[in-house]
Design a protein. Sequence first.
Lengths: 392, 144
Amino acid sequence: MSKKIIPVGPYHPLQEEPEFFQLHVDGERVVDIDIIIGYNHRGIEKLCEMRTFDQVVFVVERICGICSISHPSASVNCIEDCARVTAPLRAQYIRMIIAELERIHSHMLWLGLAGHFIGYNTVFMWAWKYREIVLDIFERITGNRQSYAMFKPGGIRRDIKKEEVPKIINELGELERSLEMFRGAVLDDPVLHARLKGVGILTREDVITFSAVGPTARASGVAIDVRKDDPYFAYDKVDFDMIVTENGDVFDKVIVRVLEMFESVRIIKQGLTGMPDGPYDTPLKDMPPGEGVGRAEAPRGEVYHYLRSDGSNTPARYKVRAPSFMNVATNAVSAVGQSIADATLTLAAVDPCYCCTERMQAVDYKTRKKVYNWSDLVRLSQEKTQQLKKKF
Amino acid sequence: MSFLKKALTKSPWVFHLSTGSCNNCDIEIIDCLTPRFDVERFGVMLVGSIRHADIILITGSMNKKSVKRVKVLYEQAPRPCAVVACGTCSCGGHFFRDSYNTDTPVSKTIPVDVYIPGCPPKPEALIAGIVKALGKLDEKRKNR
């Protein structure tokens, strides 16, 4: 039987972002997959080079709305690394609290969408209903439901008031109760077991080959988490567990995310009670020439920012590496061999984030035509690896 | 309750089109449909195909790769249809107006009827914008 191609995208009801999958199918079975991206590239890195260091944090916040604090986290780490400045401890605690609140809202969002993908809209509505609790906390302490503009190099913009703390802890209790209900209702459901177990398996070897990160890697038994491996903010001062499971299927990815939300609640509670008094901002005087590197654990995995400064008030080079870039590529192994119905779920299981991913586009200067497509870039990258291998 | 009356007399079907956004507006649009706001009570429904849509919700800063596709999609929409630009990016370009890969604002590519500024606009603002678009739809229907 000849191969048929099923196009999914770029504008389709499945996900809210534009992306284009071509599923090569043989009957019901997916034999190959092409991932075509580029509908979301906005030239963020170049825009960062036109902005001052204070403004860069706002720009990277607009890379992605779901992880709208992970990119600023990596960014402030990176700018502070370059400027040799450390933010006060209170600022570090508040940053950690905001980052963990965001992890809960992001995982909730994904769980809801995953429920929607398998036609289980009850889960979708539940997850998004309980997510509002987190958004309310955000609105109170930062002033916005998303894009909080909370971080700045050297500290944070707004303090959490003392009288807010018991209110937040109270609401977290409410959240925990709904999470508990959620865990019972979702994870004991036989339909979900049948639908998710053994689907889209990603082995430990594949994770290492594709350099996958975050919950995608942790669900396959690779214990990797920047919060534990290279603690930033105040993560070394709180007690939490890294959730690692072994099977690597979609069900395990769900479990990792659900359990991580409980860990996040634990971290936030410890942060709110252990937060020291004091200043929450140190002024950033000047920026010496040099390099800076910042890492942060986003809900989807490690975010990595690199900065080169030439001593002026704007970066000379700004580089962003987002986790979905590696995680999306794993679809090439996990979706192949599945039925079409399972493929969509598998594609969504890495929690892809295309606004984070799209960093690069090559344009021929003379003809103004785009010369590299996705496969060209992959080929280029592979050739370079081969060259380096020969060299060493 | 003029809003209720308006919404119940004609249930608008909306189509959501992301032209290179950061997800914020897209999440808030979906948030309108979930229990807290639940605009489906008023008949506002998110549809999967633009051929069923009365209102197009555009988000994002109009990436150059999207321009061609957005034009095609706009041509496919049934008439009359109202276009709503959600968020600062699609209204005026935000800071993406300086970018080499965007063609901001959205109104350069297709005509826009209602603008909802904000980064991201709150669900309340989105609902208010959709109600305004209903008025525009009425006008368009009369002028036909």
